[in-house]
Design a protein around this ligand. Structure first.
Ligand code: ADP
Length: 446
């Protein structure tokens, strides 16, 4: 097992990784920007190294600075966390070239799944159903018009390098195709330095359902069920739940089995998530994430598996230590992504936290790096806390989440806690019968 892990991230996920390492007897190195000198992950880690000024490109994305920090602290592995360099194949390759283990999949799998066109092609070859769309990149307006006519409107133009819902534009009909295509390319070039785009049929009212898989370097692959991430705003997840209120046990087993088979054929190693849209009983693959996901704790809640520990053990060459039949699901879990934003306008509202009280009690977990006196810096993602609640069934989980949200005090800055509390009472959410556009198009507009 590793002696010392460098955590190349910040916030709640840095803390999550630190906690797993501590429980495994592994020392931790925190890296941080000057804006994060007082951050909780820095305080708790065994060692810390400042890697640059506040902008992420100069610190959390600064590969030479991170490698230097690993070298001076003699870290033998790097955990990239979520976001930042976690899906950067070049980073994984450089880390390994320095004799340090990258806690994640091989650089070639990061590369192939990071390009969504290659990812879809690979999945089609492996027998996974995908959203109907272009076979490859769509180059030029003429090609886009022909492709859209072939797919049928409405169509979605998506960035091959996409992430976080950026570089994605809908064309309702031929009249707005040119604009949507041009905007998607422009946004993609600005966000990812790559303007390659592809096209898909724009599904009307699907759910977002994703399958968590884990694969070791000995050929063992399991799935840990699904997460339903259909409560979204601007193609970004707001609330996730597991299991999905929409799936039957037979559907769960069938899609899980197909995901496992595909991953096995790919020769993939590490944690991974296959994301699907689900409509009228059918699954359509949209992308694969080759890293830990923000919403991993709800899977941990219903399976009892520590996914970060499992990810570290896999990277160290250990076998999974469990088979599919050992994966059992107990009860229901919900995660609320609490952001430092105005709960109505969603404008980021960083600032000083003058009062802090975290909820507790049976089935309540908070993954957050906040504390009273901490200042949320304006430079990064506005996610400040994840509230993860487990109950024996969905009804109990909903009641408990509402109760926990009522106890949660984050004083000094606005957060989305009031929106989450409202959603726990919203009849449509309670019914479980919702889709990816419900929050934005129906609920927030009413
Ligand atoms: P990103 O990597 O930017 O997050 P994804 O491909 O994962 O992009 O899609 C993010 C979200 O965008 C999905 O959860 C869904 O809400 C929406 N979306 C993606 N593809 C489609 C599609 N073909 N039809 C309708 N909605 C889609």
């Amino acid at each position: 097992m590793f002696n010392k892990v460098l955590i190349a991230n910040r916030g709640d996920v840095a803390l999550r990784i630190h906690r797993a390492c501590r429980e495994m007897g592994i020392k931790t190195v925190a890296v941080h920007s000057t804006a994060d000198a007082d951050a909780m992950h820095v305080r708790l880690a065994d060692e810390s190294v400042c890697i640059g000024p506040p902008p992420a490109r100069d610190s959390y994305l600064n590969i030479p600075a991170i490698l230097s920090a690993a070298a001076v602290t003699h870290a033998d592995a790097i955990h990239p966390g979520v976001g930042f360099l976690s899906e950067n194949a070049a980073f994984a390759e450089i880390v390994e070239a320095h004799g340090i283990t990258f806690i994640g999949p091989s650089p070639s799998h990061i590369q192939s799944m990071g390009d969504k066109i290659t990812a879809k092609r690979t999945m089609i070859e492996l027998g996974i159903p995908c959203v109907p769309g272009s076979k490859g990149p769509v180059e030029g307006l003429d090609a886009a018009r022909a492709e859209a006519a072939h797919i049928g409107y409405p169509v979605l133009i998506k960035a091959a390098a996409g992430g976080g819902g950026r570089g994605m534009k809908v064309a309702e009909g031929p009249e707005n195709l040119d604009e949507a295509y041009t905007m998607a390319r422009r946004e993609s070039a600005a966000a990812f330095g790559n303007d390659s785009v592809y096209m898909e049929r724009y599904l009307g009212r699907p759910r977002h359902i994703e399958i968590q898989i884990a694969a070791d370097s000995h050929g063992n692959v399991i799935h840990l069920g699904e997460r339903d991430c259909s409560i979204q705003r601007r193609h970004q997840k707001v609330i996730e739940e597991a299991p999905s209120p929409a799936l039957t046990q037979a559907e769960r087993e069938a899609i899980g089995k197909r995901a496992v088979e595909a991953i096995q054929k790919m020769g993939y190693r590490s944690l991974g998530t296959l994301e699907f849209l689900y409509e009228n009983g059918e699954f359509f693959f949209i992308e694969m994430n080759t890293r830990l996901q923000v919403e991993h704790p709800i899977t941990e809640a219903i399976t009892g598996v520590d996914l970060v520990r499992m990810q570290i053990e896999i990277a160290a060459g250990r076998p999974l230590g469990m088979e599919q039949k050992d994966v059992t699901f107990t009860g229901h879990a919900i995660e609320c992504r609490i952001t430092a934003e105005d709960p109505r306008t969603f404008q980021p509202r960083p600032g000083r936290i003058d009062d802090y009280h975290q909820p507790g009690g049976l089935g309540v977990r908070v993954d957050s790096a906040l504390y009273a006196g901490y200042s949320v810096p304006p430079h990064y993602d506005s996610l400040v806390a994840k509230l993860i609640v487990h109950g024996r069934n969905r009804e109990e989980c909903l009641m408990r989440t509402e109760r926990a949200l009522g106890e949660y005090v984050i004083g000094g800055i606005p957060t989305t806690i009031p929106l989450h509390a409202e959603l726990m009472r919203a009849p449509v959410f309670r019914s479980g019968d919702y889709h990816i556009r419900w929050l934005e198009s129906d609920y927030l507009k009413s």
